[in-house]
Every structure is written in structure tokens, then in C-alpha cells.
Unconditional design. Structure first.
Length: 205
């Protein structure tokens, strides 16, 4: 059987036997609390997947691989602009994510808080995203290549734009290859004020 046929059969089963298929796939990751229902589609078009379940995406992306794959490659960062390449093992990635999570916690970030990540395409951006998932903070990413005045609008979801929800509680920013704390930075802080929601906290990365 060809690889294409295998894929077609795999995809077909995910549709025809949805709950059985996704229940099997869900066993490939770790769950802190098992789910009681694969998919609740009682109120279409809204769906609630893996109802009752509790897991952590950072744990599944990093921690669960430490036992058997700690020294295998987990993340490969390549920059064509600076001609740099850096390979992180699962052990090294875990240490970096732990460090970033500690930075966020020190800034007062807790589960359910909102964090805006304003970074270029550097490995630290991945560390920040994983750290947010580890803590349980909601994160939004604004590409650091955008001018700073573009991020107040870009940091809002469609729902936030409709409801004028508050700005993120913290902004994580870093300009490669130098690092600095952005508190009072003229390139960013005025954009927080421009939103009309006050001044968010800034974290050192």
C-alpha cells in the first residue's frame, strides 16, 4: 500500500470514526486528568474537544521527552541574516523554558494572565511561547519585524476588538542580539498608552 493510500485511509477514519480515532490519538500524549468525552458537538457549529480532560502543551512538547530523549535534538534555530545556527537538545530546551517561565513568574504572570510576545524570529520567542503554555498564561505573538506602533491593534483578537478588552498584562520583548528591559522604552511604551488601556508590565528576557 502506498504512503498516499495510507494517508487517505488515515484521514478517512478520522472523519468516519471521529471519536474512536481521536481517542486513540489522544493516548499518544500525557494527560493530568483524562477526558470524559472526545467531542461535544451538541451546539453546532461550536465544538468542545476532550471535555473534562486536563493536560499541558509545554509538558507534552518538552518534559515528557526528557526520560528517553534528553540529548536528542528538540529545536534547531537557523538565521540566514546572521549566519547562525544553534541546536537545542530536549534537556537544553527544558532549561531555557524553565528560565523563561521563571522570568514571567517574577513579573507576576500567573495562570489565565495575558502575555504579548513582541519578538523577531529567534529561539527565545519559542522559549517564551512554551513558558506561557507551561504557566497557563494566554499569549499572543506579534512579529518583531513590525514597527512598534503596529502592535496595539495586532495584539487584539477579533473578540477583543469588538469588546475593547484590556491590553495584555505583560509584554515580553527582545531585540536580537542584545537584551534589555523595556520598562520606559520610548520605542514601545507609548504604544501601550496609545491603546488607552494604560501601561502594561515589561519583562527582561
Amino acid at each position: 500500500m502506498s504512503t498516499l493510500q495510507n494517508y487517505a485511509d488515515f484521514h478517512r477514519r478520522s472523519i468516519e470514526e471521529r471519536d474512536a480515532f481521536w481517542s486513540e490519538q489522544a493516548q499518544l500524549i500525557d494527560w493530568k486528568q483524562p477526558f470524559s468525552r472526545v467531542c461535544n458537538y451538541d451546539k453546532p457549529p461550536f465544538a468542545r474537544w476532550f471535555e473534562g480532560g486536563l493536560t499541558n502543551l509545554c509538558h507534552n512538547a518538552v518534559d515528557r521527552h526528557l526520560k528517553d530523549r534528553a540529548d536528542q535534538n528538540a529545536l534547531i534555530f537557523v538565521s540566514t541574516e546572521t549566519d547562525m545556527e544553534r541546536v537545542y537538545s530536549f534537556r537544553e530546551l527544558h532549561a531555557e523554558v524553565q528560565r523563561m517561565a521563571a522570568v514571567l513568574k517574577a513579573q507576576g504572570v500567573n495562570k489565565g494572565d495575558r502575555v504579548l510576545i513582541y519578538m523577531p524570529m529567534v529561539a527565545e520567542a519559542a522559549f517564551a511561547m512554551l513558558a506561557c503554555a507551561r504557566i497557563g498564561a494566554i499569549h499572543s505573538v506579534v512579529f518583531g519585524g513590525f514597527a512598534s506602533h503596529s502592535w496595539p491593534a495586532g495584539s487584539k483578537t477579533p473578540r477583543q476588538l469588538r469588546s475593547s478588552a484590556r491590553m495584555p498584562a505583560r509584554v515580553v520583548a527582545r531585540w536580537f542580539p542584545t537584551s534589555r528591559c523595556l520598562t520606559g522604552d520610548p520605542a514601545v511604551e507609548p504604544q501601550a498608552r496609545q491603546s488607552g488601556h494604560g501601561r502594561p508590565g515589561f519583562g527582561r528576557v
